[in-house]
Design a protein around this ligand. Structure first.
Ligand code: 13P
Length: 332
């Protein structure tokens, strides 16, 4: 049994309280390797932003749970070494069982998500409550995120073909019965780089897809029913067209890519949305730079020579998010 406090991590209680009050969102960036983690820490130290490091079940399998624990601890020490001790959370993204959540809690995670959103309502309540009871009864309180409503798209082991929006009339009952610390909702975002079907979008003259707006009316309705309660947005990559173009220029094929426009995320961050999940944009940034190096320098075979530029681009991307989109810069 390892407590997150021994690793220098924090849970989300104080961070989300401050974020809801302050009208900004904390970045929740997914990682599964060293370069991603270095870029996240560098960007968050430089912008003085708190950060939630997210690991999906798939990432945990990929990186190994022991490696991850020490990487998170390494992130805390690295931030100090860079000169600013930003608050760092280690969070399980889309936990799908009590056992997985329990295991993460026992190996140093400070926060977990139990995603029962695909279950019938009462089963989602029961599973979420069970995780909350376990997490909250630890010597060091572990925070729990639940979910109502289903996001479409694919993310590691999580995939759903059809989405449905969160029903505002369920949220109060869910929060009261489960005791969750935050709630992920579905208002039109989805996982991956194709967030909408082309037929749901309009097109600019040069063929760039413009997605339909998020359902801010549902968000407002939820805020009315749960005043000041921390809300989470998954599936919030913007899928920058610049990266898609670089990837396609150097041999990739990513047709019909479309994300959530930044101004909509900015608007969401000013509301009760206090945690915004971003994974795909980082994947795109890395892939774009790696493809560019491979194509421009076909004789290059030192991983540092392509992972290095990918890491630098990631850092730029995360700094931009913290400064211009989420408003978390300067809030650490
Ligand atoms: P994106 O695919 O939009 O980056 O969403 C990631 C996410 O929600 C992780 O939980």
């Amino acid at each position: 049994m390892v407590s997150y406090k021994e690793l220098g991590l924090v849970n989300t209680v104080e961070l989300v309280k401050k974020a809801v009050k302050g009208g900004y969102a904390i970045p929740a960036y997914n990682f599964n390797n060293m370069e991603q983690l270095q870029a996240i820490v560098q960007a968050c130290v430089e912008t003085k932003s708190p950060v939630i490091l997210q690991v999906s079940a798939g990432a945990r399998k990929y990186a190994n749970q022991t490696m991850l624990r020490y990487m998170a601890q390494g992130a805390v020490e690295y931030a100090k070494e860079l000169g600013f001790n930003v608050p760092i959370v280690l969070h399980l993204d889309h936990g799908d069982s009590f056992e997985l959540c329990k295991n993460c809690i026992e190996t140093g995670f400070s926060s977990v998500m139990i995603d029962g959103s695909s279950l019938p309502y009462e089963e989602n309540v029961a599973l979420t409550k069970k995780v909350v009871e376990f997490a909250h009864s630890q010597k060091d309180y572990v925070t729990v995120e639940g979910e109502l409503g289903v996001l479409a798209g694919v993310e590691d082991d999580v995939s759903a073909e059809h989405s449905h929006y969160t029903q505002p009339q369920e949220v109060q009952d869910f929060v009261k019965k489960t005791g969750v610390d935050s709630l992920a909702i579905s208002i039109g975002t989805s996982h991956g780089r194709m967030k909408f079907k082309p037929e749901q979008c309009t097109k600019t003259a040069d063929g760039v897809l413009i997605p339909p707006p998020l359902r801010f009316d549902i968000l407002e309705e939820i805020e009315k029913r749960l005043p000041g309660f921390p809300i989470v947005l998954h599936g919030s990559s913007s899928v920058p067209i610049e990266y898609v173009k670089i990837i396609e220029k150097f041999g990739g094929k990513l047709s019909d890519s479309v994300g959530i426009p930044e101004e909509q995320l900015r608007k969401a961050a000013k509301s009760a949305v206090c945690k915004i999940n971003i994974d795909s944009d980082g994947r795109l940034a890395m892939t774009a730079m790696i493809r560019k190096v491979f194509s421009e320098k076909p004789d290059e075979f030192d991983p540092r020579k392509y992972l290095g530029p990918a890491r630098d681009e990631l850092k730029k991307l995360y700094m931009h998010k913290n400064l211009e989109v989420l408003g978390s810069a300067g809030k650490a």
